[in-house]
Design a protein around this ligand. Structure first.
Ligand code: DAH
Length: 341
């Protein structure tokens, strides 16, 4: 090969490298010149046949040419790399001054809020929380609670049975039984949870709803303690001006039994839509724990007495917030649910 050819290779290389538009272009040029079968590589190889003098000069020129080409290519590669990086930075650019995507915070469900509120009031009076399963034994849900074998609530039309001796609890009262069987007095617990009854949903009925149960057992507990505790609860929940009254009632697991009403927190007792003109609102069921129930738990009924109560959580929330349809709690319409924070 002659020097002139080397010059040609070099000048052509300069032009092509300058014109290379991409990393791939430049890489193709590199392989064509400096690769195993590249033109410059071939030129260097051809030196073997040259005279020593000519070989020396050609070798120097060829090496210079290679150094120049390598330098040009390196600059080109650097340029493409920098451009690619710039493009990526542009594509990934974040405007930190832009307002963030709207992260909507979840809200607690109104039933949960009400349970927490009830729990907070009773915990302030020294009660702790006991829990029981939603699938219960017939024994805990009925027998141990002194429900007569013929009690109507046992009926298939009222209770979801799972097997002959298990069911979906119809009330939170079985947690009383569990507590009495696992703890010795003094006992002071409340128990919130889901209950189930065969009911067609309407404005005031739901086959699934929540109750909070309460149980207090100790020496010398009387109806006065029950009334004082529940009156304090009503005032705490609905306002200090609220008055309570206790009407005789019947529950199998309490004797005597009562229902507690409170004076209407809306009209103060004059009569309005909320209290249906009576001035009073029914709040919960309660009573002195029946000795038969205490005995199931092995409690010495000569020494200990107790009171119990049970209330509907949805009913409380409906009263408190003026909600007129229980189904709203389960439809999960965000416009309803998000109102309670
Ligand atoms: N378990 C009753 C119900 O579901 C509510 C109740 C009433 C619970 C009186 C009690 C109580 O603990 O003493 O209707």
């Amino acid at each position: 090969m002659r020097k002139e050819e080397l010059q040609d290779i070099l000048s052509e290389a300069r032009e092509r490298i300058a014109a290379a538009a991409s990393h791939e272009d430049a890489e193709g040029i590199r392989v064509g010149l400096l690769g195993k079968k590249g033109r410059l590589t071939g030129a260097l190889r051809s030196m073997g046949d040259m005279e020593p003098e000519a070989r020396k000069e050609f070798g120097r020129l060829a090496n210079e040419a290679r150094a120049e080409i390598e330098g040009l290519l390196a600059d080109k590669f650097d340029g493409f790399k920098a451009a690619a990086q710039r493009a990526r930075f542009l594509a990934e650019r974040i405007d930190v001054t832009e307002p963030g995507a709207d992260i909507s915070l979840g809200t607690r469900h109104p039933v949960t809020i009400m349970i927490d509120e009830i729990a907070r009031i009773f915990m302030g009076m020294g009660f702790s929380i006991a829990e029981g399963p939603e699938i219960e034994t017939v024994f805990n849900n009925f027998d141990a609670l002194n429900a007569a074998p013929s009690h109507p609530s046992r009926d298939l039309t009222d209770t979801f049975y799972i097997t002959g001796d298990t069911l979906l609890r119809t009330q939170t009262s079985p947690v009383q039984v569990r507590t009495l069987m696992s703890q010795a007095p003094p006992i002071r617990v409340i128990s919130p949870g889901r209950c189930f009854r065969v009911d067609s949903p309407d404005a005031t009925h739901s086959p699934m709803f929540n109750q909070v149960e309460g149980l207090l057992v100790d020496e010398g507990v009387s109806m006065a303690d029950l009334k004082g505790t529940l009156d304090a609860f009503a005032k705490s929940m609905f306002g200090a001006e609220v008055r309570t009254r206790f009407r005789p009632h019947f529950f199998p697991f309490t004797e005597p039994s009562a229902e507690m009403d409170m004076s209407c927190f809306k009209c103060g007792g004059a009569g309005c839509r909320v209290c249906k003109g009576t001035g009073w609102i029914e709040v919960l069921g309660c009573g002195m724990v029946h000795p038969n129930v205490l005995k199931v738990g092995g409690v010495d009924t000569e020494r200990y007495t107790g009171f119990a109560f049970g209330m509907g959580v949805e009913r409380m929330a409906m009263l408190k917030h003026g909600i007129d349809d229980i189904r709203l709690f389960y439809e999960n319409d965000m416009r309803f649910i998000e109102q309670f924070k």
